[in-house]
Design a protein around this ligand. Structure first.
Ligand code: GLA
Length: 402
């Protein structure tokens, strides 16, 4: 059983620079990196005024960049495959390019549109990444944020402060929503741009604020193990949008779910009425809203538990979160459930959007090997893909690395 390692900043910068030089025949002006994220708890609540507790991973995407003056974006990416796209900035916009390059070109377009990126007249961009794609660890936010900080710094000559980072968060969300067409919330981009070593972020989406909470799992004798089920998912497909659609429709008519009294009952009644033009089943509406409301209450409790380093409580809440995502929000696949059960249920849960991706488990250090073995054995028994494993450490957010 092996644990996948990742490159340090020096190696990432060297690899991104080599790809840049090989592709474009010149040297980059600099290299910027942005991490993937793991969400500890608070799932499918970022678009519902909820609370989430992610941290930035050590696994990052690096973007070697140089400015151009002819309005062209030339992009090469070496993640799973080597991909290449050239597109004039003037052609980037809603639904174009609605593929992998949309995360990159879209962030620059949205940043220019809002002023988050003051100016850009084209760029050459070479990307390498250690964030696995389709694993629920925000490879897309890592792409967006690495390029957004690069474009910002090339335009201004300085690293973005917190105000500038907040504006870049919004630009990166728009790239995902408007250019790629994935109706995701803002969890991933905040974690990738604001991550701090040794800390998790407790993000309150209703207030649009976050606090940094020390997250010293090591001192508690624990390790955060990520088990990637290797059952790929895409958030640009219809399932994520269908979950969000129910929540948006109810909130549109009844107001913020954060403050809606007896939400499940209210959603059931709403779905029986004439405003439910999409024909959402009343019981489905009730279950979805129940998840969102209980998950937010649970995550607030988890934030307090983390503040006092009470990992026993935190682990219990993680398991409750998974069960609600399975039974009420219905985003847990067989592969995720298998890993959750094998990890010993306590202290484990699926992370990210669901429908595939990863399970995380907060396990005592001396049980890492046995937990990995149990998850792998369960996958084999179920006839599922062989899982891969990583360790997650709270790490730095988007930054210049060369
Ligand atoms: C994906 C989305 C986030 C969030 C999570 C679920 O990661 O990108 O905005 O909704 O799913 O918590």
């Amino acid at each position: 059983m092996t644990i996948a390692t990742h490159r340090d900043d020096t190696q990432l910068a060297a690899d991104a620079t080599a790809l840049f030089t090989h592709t474009f025949g010149t040297t980059p002006t600099g290299v910027w990196a942005a991490p993937g994220r793991v969400n500890l708890i608070g799932e499918h609540v970022d678009y519902a005024d909820g609370v989430s507790i992610p941290f930035a991973l050590g696994q990052s995407t690096a973007a070697a960049c140089a400015p151009r003056t002819d309005g062209l974006l030339r992009i090469v990416s070496q993640a799973d495959d080597t991909l290449r796209l050239d597109i004039p900035l003037a052609e980037v916009g809603p639904n174009n390019p609605a593929n992998w390059a949309g995360y990159i070109a879209g962030s620059i377009w949205a940043g220019l549109d809002s002023g988050a990126i003051p100016t850009c007249e084209g760029m050459d961009i070479a990307l390498v990444s250690d964030v696995p794609v389709g694993s629920g660890l925000s490879s897309s936010a890592a792409l967006e944020c690495s390029v957004a900080v690069a474009a910002y710094e090339l335009a201004t000559g300085t690293s973005p402060d917190d105000t500038a980072r907040a504006a870049l968060v919004d630009a990166c969300i728009r790239a995902e929503n408007e250019v790629v067409g994935a109706s995701t919330g803002g969890l991933d981009q905040r974690a990738s741009l604001f991550g701090q070593p040794g800390h998790a972020l407790a993000i309150d989406f209703a207030a649009n604020t976050f606090t940094l909470v020390p997250c010293d799992m090591d001192a508690a004798g624990l390790v955060l193990l990520i088990a990637d089920t290797n059952a790929p998912h895409s958030l640009a497909d219809g399932q994520y949008a269908s979950r969000r659609g129910v929540i948006d429709a109810v909130a549109h008519d009844l107001g913020s779910l954060r403050t809606l009294p007896n939400g499940a009952e209210a959603a059931r009644t709403w779905a029986q009425g004439e405003h439910n033009t999409a024909g959402i089943e009343p019981e489905v509406a009730a279950r979805r809203v129940k998840h969102v409301q209980e998950e937010t209450t649970r995550t607030i409790e988890a934030a307090h538990a983390l503040e006092r380093a009470d990992f026993d409580t935190f682990r219990r809440l993680m398991a409750d979160s998974h069960i609600s995502l399975r039974d009420h929000f219905e985003v847990v696949t067989e592969e995720l459930e298998s890993a959750f059960q094998a990890a010993g249920a306590h202290g484990a849960r699926m992370t990210g959007g669901g429908f595939g991706g990863s399970v995380i488990a907060l396990v005592p250090k001396d049980q890492v090997e046995s937990t990995m073995a149990a998850i792998a054995a369960a996958a084999k028994k179920g006839g599922y893909p062989e899982p891969t494993f990583m360790l997650a450490t709270p790490s730095a957010g988007a930054r210049r690395i060369a």
